[in-house]
Design a protein around this ligand. Structure first.
Ligand SMILES: Nc1ncnc2c1ncn2[C@@H]1O[C@H](COP(=O)(O)OP(=O)(O)OP(=O)(O)O)[C@@H](O)[C@H]1O
Ligand SMILES: [Mg+2]
Length: 222
């Protein structure tokens, strides 16, 4: 096998009976431990690409390989999670009826360990990301930035090999955004976690080792 953790082959995703070509033949290859930013104008297909990589949605055609395995052979999102991918989505981040703590525990259900150990770990993650005081609160009563940070703590819950972030700092001010990126970058540097971040913020994109640039559903630079 080669060293890539994520690979796509001629990946296409069409909407509206093919009138919208959100992805129009995307081939990318991302190596283990890389820190990648994905940039491009609004509507160019960035979120669609992450949704395909995270198996949140199925492609029209083409393939996605995660750690050498074809995602088409995976049954569901849970299986991708258990393959140690952490997601920070642009929308639909948290389950509103659960507390912050309960949201962070969700990805751990595939992992062995006692309920109290999982809870302790979830508390630690919330503290790490600066929202320990929100453990018992529901997302509907939080600000956008607080929700985003809880979502990041949740993305770290299964000790991911890959973290996919769709504008992970989109809802927070510049200072909080840089703190969040510091935490993610530290995981990349010190633990070799592969980091793939969609961003409009050029100062964040510049931190990455490599930038993939998209336009009209295609890769124009990688
Ligand atoms: N469920 C859907 N149904 C129809 N069209 C869709 C759907 N999801 C996305 N699209 C279209 O696909 C294209 C790519 O959308 P996508 O959300 O991937 O863009 P993006 O690069 O993430 O943009 P942004 O920077 O604004 O988040 C757009 O033209 C969008 O309107
Ligand atoms: Mg998007």
């Amino acid at each position: 096998m080669n060293d890539s953790i994520i690979e796509t082959h001629d990946l296409k995703k069409y909407f509206e009976e093919g009138r919208v070509k959100a992805l129009d033949g995307v081939d990318i290859s991302i190596r283990r431990g890389e820190y990648i930013s994905i940039i491009g104008p609004s509507g160019c297909g960035k979120s669609t690409l992450l949704n395909m990589i995270s198996a949140l949605d199925r492609p029209t055609s083409g393939q996605v390989f995660l750690d050498g395995a074809d995602l088409a052979t995976f049954a569901a999102l849970d299986e991708v999670r258990s393959h140690k991918v952490g997601f920070i989505f642009q929308l639909h981040n948290l389950l509103p009826q659960l507390t912050a703590l309960e949201n962070v525990i969700i990805p751990m259900h595939e992992i062995s360990g006692s309920a109290s150990a999982k809870e302790a770990k979830a508390r630690l993650l919330l503290e790490l990301i600066g929202v320990g005081h929100l453990a018992g609160k529901r997302p509907t009563r939080m600000s956008g930035g607080e929700r985003q940070r809880v979502a990041i703590a949740r993305a770290l819950a299964n000790d991911p090999l890959v973290i996919l972030g769709d504008e992970p700092t989109g809802d927070v001010d510049t200072k909080a955004g840089l703190q969040i990126m510091d935490i993610l970058e530290k995981l990349n540097r010190e633990k070799g976690v592969t980091l793939i971040v969609v961003t409009h913020a050029l100062d964040i994109a510049k931190h990455a080792q490599r930038t993939i640039e998209m336009r009209d559903g295609r890769i124009v630079h990688q």
